[in-house]
Design a protein around this ligand. Structure first.
Ligand code: NAG
Ligand code: NAG
Ligand code: NAG
Ligand code: NAG
Ligand code: NAG
Length: 257
């Protein structure tokens, strides 16, 4: 009688707590990009698994996509959690195409390298290898050039150029390299935690306050004590119920003997 009561209690406890016991914020992968706090996969993990502004999605063919305000999308090629740098490329392989829309001050990120002001010109034809040509924006007969904004167009020895627009301050290597953009973030500050081998998470599951805390993870897999800490709060009723069940089961046996 008593035993079956506790078995029932145990089953109920199991049912109620099973979902909560799986760590819903544990590290995921999209392709070969590890995704953990402050990032989260927005279609697979609840809000509190990530920090506001660090939502990623994992598209059909394992492409990790970062969406920045306002509707600028990049494919993520690398995330370095220890130095807090994320490396992205343009989905169509042309970062300069997105630059005039990009407003990082509304995002959680900034350029890793110092920015300089450039103006975009459409020149026809550009006879010399002047300044920074942007092949991916150029069409036949027209050459797209990014020219350091401190130069006035009169000083630029090219004819038939049309000024298009000023770019926000961007790092030089956008024009020199292969469309790779390196962004860094300062908040939340988890790199010290990462370097110590810990993991970061939001302090409470309440995203009105975005404080983070560092917690230790076991070195070799999940040691029992670590696991209890990780799953601790939501699983506590389950664990207690289980222990109580075991205790009463064995005391029952010893009584009947
Ligand atoms: C995406 O990655 C997962 C795990 O690595 C793999 O099982 C799956 O086949 C991949 N999907 C595609 C479309 O490449
Ligand atoms: C970026 O991801 C999209 C899918 O979200 C994919 O179609 C595209 O080919 C990717 N581009 C690059 C350069 O990886
Ligand atoms: C960028 O976003 C910030 C904050 O949303 C806004 O104040 C600023 O005017 C924007 N800058 C541009 C150039 O749109
Ligand atoms: C989150 O915090 C706010 C203010 O501190 C409080 O009003 C709200 O009830 C909290 N929500 C949860 C789910 O704890
Ligand atoms: C760039 C791209 O294809 N982004 C898509 C990734 O998938 C989400 C939904 O999972 C879409 O909303 C994006 O448009």
């Amino acid at each position: 009688m008593t035993i079956s009561f506790f078995i029932l209690l145990f089953m109920v406890g199991l049912k109620v707590n099973f979902g909560a016991c799986q760590n819903e914020c544990s590290e995921l992968h999209c392709g070969d990009i590890p995704i953990k706090f402050p990032f989260r996969l927005k279609d697979k993990q609840p809000d509190h698994c990530g920090y506001p502004g660090f939502d990623l999605s994992c598209n059909g063919s394992n492409n990790t996509v970062l969406e920045l305000p306002i509707s600028v999308k990049f494919n993520v090629t690398q995330i370095n959690y220890k130095s807090q740098v994320i490396q992205v490329v343009d989905p169509d392989g042309c970062v300069p195409r997105q630059l005039h829309k990009l407003n990082l001050s509304a995002s959680a990120f900034q350029f890793k390298d110092e920015g300089l002001y450039y103006t975009l010109f459409n020149c026809s034809p550009a006879d010399r290898n002047l300044y920074y040509q942007i092949p991916c924006l150029s069409e036949t007969g027209h050459q797209m050039l990014a020219i350091y904004s401190d130069f006035s167009i009169d000083e630029v020895p090219i004819s038939s150029c049309t000024k298009l627009y000023n770019l926000p301050p961007v790092p030089l290597d956008i024009f020199e390299s292969e469309n790779v953009l390196r962004l860094e973030w300062f908040k939340p500050e988890c790199k010290h935690c990462e370097r110590k081998g810990g993991k970061c998470k939001l302090k409470n599951n309440n995203d009105t306050e975005s404080e983070t805390e560092c917690f230790k993870v076991g070195k070799q897999g999940a040691r029992a004590s670590t696991k209890l800490v990780v799953i601790g709060k939501p699983c506590m009723p389950f664990v207690l119920c289980f222990l109580f069940f075991l205790f009463s089961f064995f005391s029952k046996i010893s009584f009947s003997l």
